[in-house]
Design a protein around this ligand. Structure first.
Ligand SMILES: Cc1cc2nc3c(=O)[nH]c(=O)nc-3n(C[C@H](O)[C@H](O)[C@H](O)COP(=O)(O)O)c2cc1C
Length: 167
């Protein structure tokens, strides 16, 4: 198969997305409490930033109807999806306020916490940086949790599992 080479621009948006999609990621659902109630959003832009202090980041698109809520939130929670939680990821990709259909509870900081995830980072917003058509939200982790299990993977537009091999 031949290689496609391009300079990212309006005419090559599809190719740019396809190239980025070659990088497999985990899948998260980020939640916060909005003035209208709990809000969630599926995101694969999550990354670890710093161990000490404990910092993580994710990037909501400025075009998202949920952007303002997340960019202004004092706290948010990042949930790492387990391998069997693709339905939850699909749900919060479509509907930000759909908490009626899922199991969740409120944290001490009034954050909506989704039950049954593989890991969780409860954060206080540390900084919101400009990142082109996205914002880069950096969170200081105030509480974290994890359990044994396998994580959900997203690559080239598809959900899947992790094929573990020795490094
Ligand atoms: C696997 C996956 C990862 C996603 N990651 C992000 C992300 O990191 N940032 C983002 O802004 N939207 C991301 N989205 C899109 C949002 O989940 C959601 O579909 C979008 O915000 C919908 O637009 P709305 O907020 O205007 O309703 C992702 C969607 C999927 C399925």
């Amino acid at each position: 198969m031949s290689e496609t080479t391009f300079t990212p621009g309006p005419d090559s948006a599809r190719d740019f997305r396809d190239a980025l999609g070659c990088y497999g990621t985990g899948v998260t659902v980020v939640t916060t409490m909005s003035p209208d109630g709990p809000m969630g959003m599926t995101a694969n832009s999550f990354a670890s930033v710093s161990l000490d202090p404990a910092l993580v980041l994710w990037s909501p698109a400025k075009t998202s109807r949920r952007h303002t809520i997340f960019a202004n939130a004092s706290h948010f929670a990042i949930h790492i999806m387990a391998e069997d939680q693709d339905a939850l990821a699909r749900h919060f990709a479509q509907q930000g306020d759909g908490f009626g259909a899922v199991d969740w509870h409120l944290s001490e900081e009034n954050l909506p916490i989704l039950d049954g995830c593989l890991a969780r980072f409860e954060c206080a917003t540390d900084a919101v940086h400009d990142g082109g058509d996205h914002s880069i939200i950096v969170g200081r982790v105030i509480r974290a949790a994890h359990r044994p299990g396998r994580g959900l993977i997203f690559k080239q537009g598809q959900y899947g599992g992790f094929l573990g091999r020795d490094a």
